[in-house]
Design a protein around this ligand. Structure first.
Ligand SMILES: Cc1cc2nc3c(=O)[nH]c(=O)nc-3n(C[C@H](O)[C@H](O)[C@H](O)COP(=O)(O)OP(=O)(O)OC[C@H]3O[C@@H](n4cnc5c(N)ncnc54)[C@H](O)[C@@H]3O)c2cc1C
Length: 393
């Protein structure tokens, strides 16, 4: 389909140091490019086999063999991983967006099914007495499931847009302090967007599949494809356990904790400014509590993980999800503020804004409380995890 295929390849130069410090980046084309830019003879690059994958079947993942292939070094010797990270940071954000996308498309299908599928009667009496049964969207458990996906999708979308704006600022602002603070945000938020949006993207694809009952398990309905496709986002571009370690092990302490302090200050200032706003009552208190849990967890790591690094490893995934909840809670509080002001302006958006506020309240009541259990898990430390002898697993 293309005149040439150009591969970016991580490889080791003979005699290079062991491990990641000895990896270099090369460009290796399928066809050697002549001096005049035309496509020349075949390089020793070939496809060894196409992988048989669980999902993303539209993407042909393959084993690539390099047999005496020519490659050209990019950047410095042994600094390949640093060069690759320029691409990988972007790819991690894109994986997060892919997780969210699977959650959204699965949700839209689940809503259509919940309005259509007739099964059982509402607990408070028939809502559609003329029909043989009510549509399943009348059932509280179905609504709870759909709202938990919707509340995540809308907050995660806001988080992605906020981070995209920060990316523009980090690249384009003329103010150095602003550029630095936006860059801090990008570093801190990249593992959160990747890890949280893909873990929940997959979990939500499964929840949406559940709304189809038995048909969710039948290929014809398409829900199983969302589950299979969402699953890879948790694995590639660095498995989510690695994202959590990146957040706790590298990003928290970087530059003396400047990035996380910036986040605490921003969310804390928002809570203070809006504490007296009655319309935001259901938003500010839970956000403040979640922020306090995140601050306590950060403090706990500072006091307990330096001398005992297993404590950081044992709590990293909980911390990543705790962070995600607070970041999304902050998005909801900001969205609620805008929704209230838009509602007052009229112009026919009141119903939509009411839906926004209800969804936000659901997030605060039903999803934010998880920050407490995440904190408790972190503070439980690593003892029981590490005490189990390997042969007894
Ligand atoms: C469809 C597909 C496409 C891919 N495309 C590419 C590509 O284009 N380019 C490319 O370079 N790679 C690609 N990969 C590879 C992919 O990025 C890796 O498979 C992925 O990052 C996980 O690494 P791994 O397989 O080495 O797992 P491992 O590193 O073996 O990890 C296995 C498990 O152990 C955990 N783990 C490992 N080390 C630690 C640690 N120190 N602390 C805590 N937990 C740990 C991980 O979280 C994971 O759950 C692709 C993979 C797939 C499946």
């Amino acid at each position: 389909m293309a005149e040439n295929i150009v591969h970016l390849v991580l490889a080791r130069i003979e005699g290079a140091p062991a491990g990641t410090k000895g990896i270099s980046l090369f460009v290796a084309p399928k066809f050697i490019v002549n001096d005049d830019g035309s496509v020349g003879e075949r390089n020793g690059v070939s496809c060894g086999s196409i992988e048989h994958k669980m999902g993303i079947h539209g993407n042909a993942t393959c084993v690539v063999n390099y047999d005496g292939a020519k490659g050209w070094l990019i950047g410095q010797e042994n600094r390949g991983l640093n060069a690759m990270f320029v691409m990988m940071n972007e790819a991690r954000l894109a994986a997060g967006v892919a997780g969210l996308s699977q959650s959204e498309v699965a949700y839209q299908n689940a809503v259509a099914c919940a309005k259509d599928r007739l099964q059982g009667r509402s607990l408070t009496g028939a809502k559609f007495p003329d029909k043989p049964a009510d549509p399943i969207i009348v059932h509280p458990d179905v609504r709870r499931t759909l709202l938990s996906i919707k509340a995540f999708n809308e907050a995660a979308r806001a988080l992605v847009v906020w981070t995209a704006l920060k990316s523009d600022i980090a690249h384009r602002s003329s103010d150095e302090a602003e550029r630095q603070s936006a860059d801090d945000h990008m570093g801190l938020m990249t593992p959160v967007v990747k890890g949280v949006l893909t873990d929940l993207g997959f979990a939500n694809a499964v929840k949406a599949q559940q709304m189809f009952g038995g048909h969710g398990y039948i290929e014809e309905w398409g829900m199983s494809q969302f589950v299979r496709d969402a699953r890879i986002t948790q694995i590639y571009e660095g498995a989510n356990g690695i994202q959590a370690m990146d957040l706790v092990g590298r990003k928290l302490g970087k530059d003396g904790g400047r990035a996380i302090m910036g986040f605490f200050n921003e969310v804390g200032a928002f809570c203070q400014e809006n504490a007296g706003d009655d319309t935001l009552k259901g938003f500010i208190a839970p956000l403040q509590e979640g922020l306090s849990h995140l601050q306590q967890a950060t403090m706990w790591f500072m006091q307990n993980a330096m001398a005992k690094p297993d404590n950081a490893g044992a709590g990293a995934t909980d911390f990543m999800h705790l962070f995600g909840l607070v970041a999304m809670g902050y998005m909801w509080a900001k969205m609620a503020k805008v929704a209230h002001s838009k509602k007052q302006q009229g112009n026919g958006v009141a119903e939509k804004m009411d839906a926004k506020l209800l969804t936000g309240r659901f997030f605060m009541e039903r999803l934010m409380p998880e920050t407490a259990s995440r904190l408790a898990c972190i503070q439980a430390g690593s003892d029981t995890i590490m005490e189990m002898p390997t042969h007894l697993f």
